[in-house]
Design a protein around this ligand. Structure first.
Ligand code: GDP
Ligand code: MG
Length: 646
């Protein structure tokens, strides 16, 4: 038993907890067993609390004569009869002396509250007052009838019947109950006429809205045995249930009682119009929200355990994470659905909210699990890649590593839970593309260093024979570049074959388009290498000059067999000199422009490249050659003169 509303009209803030405890409700507030509400109104000290305790086994405070304590019910109290599943409301006396003038307003509020909440309203009256109703009794009855009309029979609200159960106290058997009942009915009709006169209910009968029932109880002190017997009989009636007809049902799910009672009372207290459907809707919203929170909290707690497993668990535990999360999510829905079915009109939207939150929670936790697995696998993959020290076997090795990584990801993260499936797919995709990226980077750098090596191979196979061709340029002035082109073609063919081996499936396993562009790059590299090598041989003015001079002196100083000439007295030095000058000029001309060829086809000339763009270099070279040639010529002439003079 606890107080719902204080004497000061304030609704007890603890009601939710007290209700849960006192009604024996489960964690969710499920009011098992409590299915009805009954209230009692009547004058102060008319034995209301006493009779409710007798009828429902409650323990409301009563004015205890024996101990001389004066304990009058103040405000509104709530007790429980778990046996009959009834919540019992005991109200402050309607003629409260303490309230004075305010008693009338409090009585109106009490009546509204009692009618809104209880299916059966007991009205407690002294038998002696029946037929001689005093002002306050009339006021009480009038208030009850009026407020019932306001609540359940104006245009807006759905009509609802109310049972008024009259208890005639201290019945002395002098007047039989049927007579008392009739007198009471007549008085009620009178009051009814007064309040409906001139309203829409003018033509309506009291019985259209109310079920009336009358009981007489003997004097508790004078006829205690009879009193107790009558109490037992009435109690048995309440246990039978048929006293609560479905037409009185206030349509509130009792797990929402605290919210409903609080809302109703606050509205009444603030003198606002009481809109019961709106109140019921409020209860539905509040309760479904509570169910949602409870389901979420329970899920969060369980997910905490899963989190722990993610942080510390072994593979067996990790592999179960998806399923565990799925179980937690469906349990949360089960609990919510079980509770929220009482409020079908709000359950759907709150379920959607719950679904959103649960899905976010589950996704978050699963995501961190999948992320952790993903990072570990990516790291392991990187280590495995590093173990590949050469291009050889890359393709086969890579395939194995990828299969291992993706397989392990699936075994640790695969899930059949709808909520986390997208997260699984996303993380899998992420892992697969990271792996692909790493593999591509590794492959690209392997391709790059392969190209460098191949270019070097090309250079070293091309350069020495090229130097020989250039050295002997005087012998094949017209075909020097054709020879170089054939040489470069041959050298390129060899490295191209080597490249194909490296790039094939057994090697780097390059996709066809990548292989194609690698080969194109190789060709460009080799072309560049060709020029670089040639440039290294003849590309600077001094190298060029040396080579041309070499050519001149070869021709001038050596004979056709390459042996040094000894000038005889009859030798025509001038002719040899001019011939040598001519040949070296031809060589200079031929070498001053490099002909580039297509490495794949030496017959196709691409372009000519001059060593020196600046003409003056050529002039300088020619002048320098001329000078040295003339000096050599003069010296030869001199030695011939000397020989002749001897
Ligand atoms: P309440 O103020 O209406 O709740 O009245 P209580 O239940 O506290 O009882 C007021 C006083 O009336 C107490 O001293 C009771 O013992 C006494 N009382 C209870 N029931 C009866 C009854 O049926 N007849 C009479 N005469 N007194 C009663
Ligand atoms: Mg009382």
């Amino acid at each position: 038993m606890f107080q719902l509303v204080g004497y000061d009209e304030v609704f007890n803030g603890e009601v939710a907890g007290l209700w849960r405890k006192a009604s024996g409700a489960g964690e969710s507030g499920d009011a098992h067993g409590i299915s009805h509400v009954v209230a009692i109104m009547g004058p102060q000290s008319s034995g209301k609390s006493t009779i409710m305790n007798r009828l429902f086994g409650t323990d409301f405070f009563t004015m205890d004569e024996d101990q001389g304590r004066y304990q009058v019910t103040q405000g509104i109290w709530l007790g429980f009869d778990r046996k009959s599943g009834t919540a019992v409301i005991d109200l402050e006396g309607t003629d409260s002396r303490e309230r004075g003038e305010d008693a009338v307003t409090f009585e109106r509020k009490s009546a509204l509250f009692a009618l809104a909440i209880s299916e059966v309203l007991i009205i407690n009256l002294w038998t002696q007052d029946v037929g001689r109703l005093n002002a306050s009794n009339i006021l009480l009855l009038r208030t009850v009838l009026e407020q019932d009309l306001v609540l359940f029979h104006d245009e807006k609200s759905a009509p609802m019947r109310t049972k008024l159960l009259f208890l005639f106290r201290d019945h002395d058997m002098a007047t039989p109950l049927p007579r008392l009942s009739n007198v009471m009915k007549e008085d009620l009709q009178g009051i009814w006429k007064q309040i409906t006169a001139g309203t829409v209910h003018n033509e309506s009968q009291l019985e259209e809205f109310f079920d009336l029932e009358f009981y007489a109880l003997p004097h508790k002190v004078l006829m205690p045995e009879e009193f107790e017997a009558a109490c037992l009989e009435l109690r048995a009636n309440f246990q039978k249930e048929d006293i609560f007809k479905s037409s009185y049902d206030r349509q509130l799910s009792l797990d929402g009682f605290p919210v409903f009672a609080g809302g109703v009372w606050e509205t009444i207290r603030r003198d606002k119009e009481l809109d019961l459907p709106a109140q019921r809707e409020l209860v539905a919203v509040v309760r479904c929200d509570e169910f949602k929170k409870e389901a979420l909290e329970a899920a969060e707690e369980e997910l905490g355990v899963v989190k722990e497993a993610i942080n510390t668990g072994d593979d067996t535990k990790l592999a179960a994470v998806g399923e565990d999360i799925g179980g937690i999510v469906s349990r949360a829905f089960e609990v919510f659905d079980e509770n929220a079915q009482r409020y079908p009109e709000k359950a759907v939207s709150k379920r959607a909210e719950l679904e959103a939150s649960l899905s976010a929670l589950a996704t978050g936790i699963f995501g961190s699990h999948a992320d952790k697995v993903r990072r570990q696998l990516l790291e392991a993959f990187g280590t495995q890649l590093k173990s590949l020290t050469s291009w050889n076997g890359f393709g086969k090795g890579l395939k194995g590593f990828v299969t291992t990584a993706m397989g392990k990801f699936d075994s640790l993260c695969a899930t059949n839970v709808d909520y986390i499936e997208p997260e699984y797919s996303a993380k899998r995709e992420q892992l697969s593309s990271s792996i692909e990226l790493q593999a591509r980077r590794w492959r690209d750098s392997a391709v790059k260093s392969s190209l460098q090596q191949l270019q070097a191979h090309y250079g070293s196979s091309f350069a020495p024979p090229c130097a020989a061709i250039l050295d002997a340029a005087a012998k094949h002035v017209d075909t020097v570049w054709a020879l170089v082109a054939q040489l470069s073609h041959k050298s390129y063919k060899t490295v191209k074959e080597e490249a194909s081996t490296r790039f094939a499936t057994e090697g780097l396993a390059l996709p066809p388009d990548v292989e194609r562009s690698a080969i194109i790059a190789l060709k460009l590299d080799c072309e560049e290498e060709t020029l670089r090598q040639i440039h290294g041989l003849i590309g600077s003015p001094s190298l060029f000059l040396t080579r041309v001079k070499q050519c001149f002196f070869d021709q001038f100083r050596n004979d056709a067999n390459g042996l040094p000439r000894v000038w005889g007295p009859d030798d025509d030095i001038t002719e040899v000199y001019e011939k040598a000058l001519e040949v070296s000029a031809d060589v200079a001309n031929a070498l001053s422009t490099v002909n580039r060829f297509d490495l794949d086809d030496p017959e196709v000339a691409k372009e000519s490249v001059k060593h020196f763009d600046d003409e003056c270099y050529i002039e300088q070279i020619k002048a320098s050659l001329q000078k040295e040639a003339e000096a050599a010529f003069a010296e030869s002439k001199r030695s011939q003169e000397q020989m002749k003079a001897q």
